[in-house]
Design a protein around this ligand. Structure first.
Ligand code: HDE
Length: 755
């Protein structure tokens, strides 16, 4: 304590928080509180916040620690106070005129508490309301000063702190994580030259080409205004009505119906800046750039039926996954890739780089990997950090600039505007999570909730009374790329924007068979929920322009004929792109093996104890998350003398929560679970959701009872249904782990499912 006290920066305006004064018990307190010094805030976060996950993050030298520590509060050993720091003697009873009498207006403690509670909620984000976030850093792999003067790319190994928020778009704040939707991927870099927000999505293109259409798109996809349904779903008439009348959306619809829209985890999806940006070097020379985040864990998806079940099993599935991965020290990582190209190159592309419904195929411009993003610390407080963080597409730093993409231009206005109503005024940049680590000096003053105490009499420029300060930075500041502008004021778009189908077709032909099947099934699901036949027909008419086979399959699944194609918006013939393998989800399997994969070991009394422990330990060693799942939690007798502790019941931990299952051996005969419908359903769903399954010895009885086939539809053995003897456990486990590292057995997939 003495050492802590000596190390602690003393704040004279809060003298009562230091030394003996802080822990003199209030009259009537019987327990002696522990020394406040043990928990008081210091400048190193690891000491200040015992809430840091068990992962023991490697915080390094993080310039965010100081500013955020200043506002972190730990209550251990403290007395309860009001917001005016008056100690509260009784937090159970309001002040009354007699024990059975009316509550008194005088009770300022009650009124303060209730009043604060009454105002605890702020408006949710108008889109991307549902999200989860984490702290981390970006590490540069090299010096990119030839193409950009952005400070974060200036040297090998340079680290810049970040806060990253992932989100769904359509659902409200309390909606489920695993719905079919685009995911937001918003990164705030706290650079030494100010904050840069790369506010992207997990899909590289967008629904519309114009900011002007954004409110219409969002109104159409959100719950219908008369009855407020459906929640967090695009599968309803108004979305598809809008879509069927907006052919520019078709490329995005193919991504939206693909498995990209149901990621397995935030950690297993790509991120994209979507728009074309500019990078600018110290000489003012600029190049175009597309930003790509590629997950080290690979790109992996749920299957639709599983995603639907997860809505019930765990609506926080992605939030929990992110939290637990960081908490356990398995820090999520992505590499940042740039597609850098010149104006001359762009002029030769068969699409307009200002059109956000188009991507730049990697065959045209390969990715240049420039650094990695590591998320290594969970927030301390969801509201203060994740909810109050305010991203803005207009937050750029010297070295990064915009293009004339009309969607991007609209975004430059929208984000600050929306924060003003969401966060209650123009000073939201002072909320700790939004504050840059670089200093702020300007003549902006006042406004609601102002924190900064600007000194001096001068709040204008030019001035002589303050020696002209703060002064303009000139070339050391942000200088917009000078771009010649020509043409009349006009509402319209370039001709190439009207090629709505060539890249939709590119995406379609770049998908594997199973991915194409899932796209057809997703169209079937969404359009089956659409009640208006004319809307379905218009969607089909647009799909004919993408691919006849796609349109025919979707039409057949809806019991409809293939209509005539929608007349294209341009007379230019469609551009015939060759397939682009990186557009397939399977192109990036990742390099983390089975780390963080959740594996259920189905256990009941009589299970082979030593074997179960061995399997469990082997999985833990590989970084996986094994769990003993049984018919109830608590101790069960195993084959040896040592009981096993079941961690979760099938009821509370259904199949959808696990990436794979193992049924260990039952040496003394049959396992009671083979008569338990919940266990058999668990196994059927593991099979149906294409998950690896390993049964050892008589554990195989359970697979048979669940009618799990061991052959693929083509008659070949299913590599993910592994039945092994106890004696070749090591080999069986190795096969199981190899399949699990590839995520799913897609060769098993049939429509309808076989079990
Ligand atoms: Fe956003 N978007 N957006 N958006 N967006 C918002 O800002 C908007 C678009 C994206 O985790 C809002 O702070 C317009 C594209 C993410 O806090 C709002 C247009 C992309 C997030 C807004 C777009 C995005 C938002 C709502 C068309 C991918 C969540 C709350 C012109 C590149 C950030 C807020 C977070 C949030 C407006 C289109 C990504 C209303 C007008 C394209 C990841 O300002």
């Amino acid at each position: 304590d003495a050492q802590l006290a000596a190390d602690m920066p003393y704040n004279p305006t809060k003298a009562l928080e230091y030394g003996d004064a802080a822990w003199v018990p209030h009259e009537g307190d019987t327990e002696t509180p522990t020394s406040p010094l043990a928990t008081a805030s210091t400048s190193t976060e690891t000491v200040a916040s015992p809430k840091v996950g068990a992962g023991q993050p490697d915080l390094g030298d993080n310039p965010l620690d100081g500013p955020l520590d200043r506002v972190r509060v730990d209550d251990t050993g403290r007395m309860l106070t009001t917001n005016q720091a008056v100690r509260v003697a009784d937090n159970q009873n309001s002040l009354k005129a007699g024990l059975r009498g009316p509550t008194l207006m005088e009770d300022f403690i009650l009124r303060e508490k209730i009043t604060h509670f009454d105002h605890e909620r702020i408006p949710e984000r108008v889109v991307h309301a549902r999200g989860s976030a984490a702290h981390g850093y970006f590490e540069s792999y090299g010096d990119q000063s030839a193409i950009t003067r952005a400070a974060l790319f200036s040297a090998t190994g340079k680290r810049t702190p970040v806060f990253v928020r992932f989100s769904t778009v359509a659902g409200e704040r309390g909606s489920a994580d695993t719905v079919r939707d685009v995911r937001g991927f918003a990164v705030k870099f706290y650079t030494e030259d100010g904050n840069w927000d790369l506010v992207g999505n997990n899909i590289p293109v967008f629904f519309i080409q114009e900011a002007m259409k954004f409110p219409d798109l969002i109104h159409a996809v959100k719950p219908e205004p008369h009855h407020g349904m459906p929640q967090a779903s695009s599968a309803h008439d108004t979305f598809w009505d809008f879509a069927s009348l907006s052919p520019e959306i078709v490329h995005m619809l193919l991504w939206h119906t693909s498995d990209r829209a149901i990621p397995r985890s935030y950690r297993m999806m790509q991120g994209f800046g979507v728009h074309t940006f500019r990078l600018v070097n110290a000489h003012g020379t600029s190049v175009f750039c597309k930003f790509h985040w590629s997950p080290m864990a690979g790109t992996h998806a749920l299957v639709w039926d599983e995603a639907v079940r997860l809505v019930a099993a765990d609506p926080d599935y992605h939030r929990r996954d992110l939290w637990e991965a960081i908490d356990s020290g398995q820090f999520p990582q992505w590499e940042l890739g740039l597609q850098v190209f010149s104006e001359a190159q762009a002029a030769r592309f068969p699409f307009d780089i200002l059109d956000p419904t188009k991507l730049v195929p990697e065959a045209l411009v390969p990715l240049r990997t420039v650094g990695k993003l590591v998320l290594n610390r969970n927030p301390d407080n969801f509201f203060a950090e994740t909810e109050q963080v305010a991203f803005c597409a207009a937050h750029v730093v010297p070295g990064i600039d915009f293009t004339n993409d009309p969607l991007l231009q609209g975004r430059l206005h929208s984000y600050v505007d929306t924060q003003i109503s969401r966060l209650g005024g123009a000073n939201f940049h002072e909320i700790p999570i939004n504050s840059p680590v670089a200093p702020i000096h300007n003549n902006q003053r006042d406004g609601m909730h102002r924190q900064q105490i600007n000194r001096g009499r001068v709040n204008y420029e030019p001035n002589s009374l303050a020696g002209g300060c703060p002064f303009q930075a000139g070339v050391r500041g942000f200088v917009s790329v000078p771009e010649a502008s020509h043409g009349n004021e006009v509402r319209g778009k370039p001709e190439l924007f009207a090629d709505h189908y060539s890249q939709a077709r590119l995406f379609w032909i770049s998908q594997t068979t199973v991915e194409q099947d899932h796209i057809v099934q997703a169209f079937r699901f969404e359009l089956t929920r659409v009640q208006t036949p004319a809307v379905r027909k218009r969607v089909l008419a647009a799909l004919v322009n993408v691919d006849n086979g796609l349109a025919a399959r979707v039409a057949a699944s809806l019991g409809m004929d293939v209509p005539d194609p929608l007349p294209p918006a341009t007379s230019r013939p469609p551009y015939q792109y060759p397939p682009s393998p990186p557009l397939s989800l399977f192109h990036r399997p990742g390099n983390v093996g089975v780390a963080t994969r959740r594996v259920a070991l189905l256990v009941a009394p009589g299970v082979d104890g030593p074997q179960t422990r061995k399997l469990y330990a082997a999985l833990l060693d590989l970084g996986a998350a094994p769990r003993l799942v049984g018919d109830q939690i608590g101790k069960i007798a195993a084959s040896d003398d040592a009981p096993l502790d079941v961690e979760i019941s099938i009821e509370a931990g259904p199949s959808a929560l696990f990436d794979a299952v193992i049924v260990p051996d039952y040496p003394e005969g049959e396992c009671a679970l083979s008569r338990d419908a919940r266990a058999l359903e668990f196994l059927k769903l593991q099979f149906r959701h294409l998950k690896p399954m390993l049964a050892v010895g008589s554990g195989a009885v359970l697979l048979r009872a669940a009618h799990v086939p061991d052959k693929l539809p083509d008659g070949q053995p299913d590599p993910g249904v592994i039945v092994a003897d106890s004696c070749d456990l090591a080999d069986a486990l190795a096969r199981f782990v190899a399949v699990l590292a590839r995520h799913r057995v897609y060769a098993r997939d049939t429509d309808p499912p076989r079990v």
